[in-house]
Every structure is written in C-alpha cells, then in structure tokens.
Design a protein around this ligand. Structure first.
Ligand code: C5P
Length: 236
C-alpha cells in the first residue's frame, strides 16, 4: 500500500516549541505535513523538529540556505541527518552551491529530503530587483532560477500559484511546485496579496500547498484542516 502523500503543509509560525506542539497535537499527520521556519527553528532548534517527528509528522525545514557552496551543502546534510522530508535553499546562491547541496542530500539515499529552491521572494517588486542589480521582470527571473534549479538537480521550487502554470509547462512533470498564499474559500486573506484557493492552486499544477493562519488561527485547527482536505477532495 502506498503511504499517504498529503498536499497540505501547515506553516508552524510560532515563537516556542510548546506553542508549536500544542497545535501539532490537534492535527492528523496523515492529512498534513508541517513547516518549521526561521522563527520557530531559531527559538527551539532541532529539538522541535524531533518532537514533531515523534508525533508522526514529516517536516519541511524552511530555512532557505544561501551561503558559499561548502557551508550550504553541510547545512543541507545536517537537515538530512535530522530526517526532514523537505529542505530549501535560495536558487540565487548559484549553480555550484545548488549542485553541492544536491550531492549532500543524495548521500542519504532513498531517505533523502526533497531539496527545493527559492526563486524570487514574492515580497520583492520589480523596483526592488532593479535596486539589487537585477533588471529582468520578476517572472522572467523566476523562470530563469527555476530552470537553473532543475538543471542542478533540485526537486522543485517554491512559487506563487500565479507562476505555477508557466513553470508547469517549462519544467519536468516530476519537478515539484510548493506554493504559499493559499486561502480556503471561507478564510481571510490576512496580509497575503495574491491568493488562491487550495483547489485552484492544485488545478494550476501546484504539488504542495503551504497554509498557515487559516489553520493555525482557526477556532478548531483540526476542523479547518479537514474542511480544506474536503475542499481539495471535492475540487471545490
Ligand atoms: O499564514 P500564511 O498562510 O500566510 O503562511 C504562509 C507561510 O508561507 C508563512 O510561513 C510564510 O512565511 C510562507 N511564505 C509566504 N510567501 C512566500 C514564501 C513563504 O507566505 N512567498
């Protein structure tokens, strides 16, 4: 029997291990994976990752490594050692850095984490890119970096739902698209500007949905998760 491959990754944007565990304990690990980002990891370190794994969850370690190849690759190896399911690096760290990171996770064989590239942060505008010397349109830069990430052997990229169709067309079918900015029909947008519903994002070719506040701030996080799971299953 194949293992469940839940499409929902819940962003545990918390400042302590106890807050993260209190939320995780309400959730079903067959229905979601959990994302540990810079805030929680800086506060609680590898111990929170192990504690969440003990509860049965697979973890996306969202630390967006960007460094000289040797340092980034060693950080990826430590993530693999920790047994995370997914880890990411900035594609703008360049070919050598990404290739070394791929080698580092490949050394862990079948249990290796999926290695994902961050292209252009969605918080950056065209003017922000010009200011750091990048004169391409943000979407062109996303395509360029996604192509480079694929050619270096990365397993996929983080992208917005709006970028998904063009990337789905250009990249291999197996290249993973991981997408934040997801809001179920009933939820508030919070500070996200360009949002998609879970079903819309999946129909645009997204593989995994990163969802934070619509679940973590819900009165009943477990019901919010089940409602989104149902929305996906029914294609609403
Ligand atoms: O609460 P919300 O659903 O907006 O959380 C989305 C998660 O995805 C957060 O952890 C946020 O940092 C992350 N993210 C994002 N937009 C990006 C990249 C990551 O919202 N472009």
């Amino acid at each position: 029997m194949s293992l469940p491959d839940p499409k929902i990754i819940i962003a545990l944007d918390y400042s302590s291990e106890s807050l993260a565990l209190a939320l995780a304990e309400q959730l079903d690990p067959t229905k979601c994976r959990l994302k540990v980002g810079k805030e929680l990891y800086t506060a609680a370190g590898p111990s929170v990752v192990r504690a969440l794994q003990q509860l049965g969850f697979e973890i996306f370690l969202d630390l967006k490594f960007h460094d000289i190849p040797n340092t980034a690759a060693k950080a990826c190896a430590m993530a693999a050692e920790l047994g995370v399911w997914m880890v990411n690096v900035h594609a703008s760290g360049g070919r050598t850095m990404m290739e070394r990171c791929v080698e580092a996770v490949d050394a862990f064989g079948r249990e290796r984490p999926r290695l994902i590239g961050v292209t252009v942060l969605t918080s950056l505008t065209k003017a922000d890119l010009v200011e750091v010397g990048i004169h391409s349109d943000p979407v062109e830069q996303v395509q360029r970096l996604a192509g480079l990430a694929q050619s270096c052997g990365l397993d996929g990229v983080v992208c917005s739902a709006q970028e998904a169709p063009v990337l789905r067309q250009e990249m291999a079918d197996s290249f993973l698209l991981v997408t934040p900015g997801i809001r179920p029909k009933s939820a508030s947008a919070n500070d996200q500007k360009r949002i998609s519903t879970p079903s819309e994002a999946l129909s645009l070719g997204v593989d995994y949905l990163v969802i934070g506040r619509p679940i973590t701030q819900a009165i009943s996080p477990s019901e919010a998760l089940l409602a989104i799971d149902r929305e996906i299953t029914l294609g609403l």
